[in-house]
Design a protein around this ligand. Structure first.
Ligand code: ZN
Length: 167
């Protein structure tokens, strides 16, 4: 077992419970019900940088409440991220319908979210903005655990075990 740490430092394996709400108070995401914390390697950009910054120095069971403007969250919505694509650009069996969400690969191999916002016989209009782009994010976070990373975790750049990577 790795040694427990008294507070969050760079390179620590941190476990958190979180609830994310939108400006109107709607719960957008939360891992509190499932009983499994999110586990990540602090300082590697695996969670939003503003969350990492707020967690530095926090102790187990400490509570962090954050209000993040879009610039510290998922950025502003960009109209140029809404594009018309010919139907023929999609694989044959793609279920194209209004409101359908896909993850596409761009030419650099990155995953890009896509939401179908309009379609006709020839073209599909897809919105590639992150679903939370343009939104102020309200996070409520509880530190569930802090421990030293193992040599293997440091080498891999991510946390292993429950809530982390399995391989
Ligand atoms: Zn690994």
């Amino acid at each position: 077992m790795s040694k427990k740490l008294s507070e969050v430092v760079d390179g620590a394996v941190v476990a958190i419970y979180y609830t994310l709400k939108s400006a109107d108070g709607e719960v957008v995401d939360s891992n509190r019900r499932g009983g499994k914390p999110l586990v990540f390697l602090q300082g590697k950009g695996q969670v939003l940088p503003a969350i990492e910054a707020a967690l530095v120095g926090k102790k187990k069971d400490e509570h962090v409440v954050l209000e993040l403007p879009p610039a510290q969250g998922y950025g502003e919505r960009k109209e140029e991220n809404v594009r018309k694509v010919p139907r023929s650009a999609f694989p044959p069996r793609t279920p194209l319908e209004l409101g359908a969400r896909f993850v596409l690969r761009d030419d650099q191999g990155r995953n890009v979210p896509a939401l179908v916002v309009e379609l006709d016989d020839e073209e599909v209009t897809v919105d590639h903005n992150h679903p939370l782009a343009g939104q102020t994010l309200f996070f409520d976070i509880t530190v569930a655990g802090i421990r030293e990373a193992s040599a293997e975790e440091v080498q891999h750049g991510h946390a292993h075990g429950p809530g982390g990577h399995h391989h």
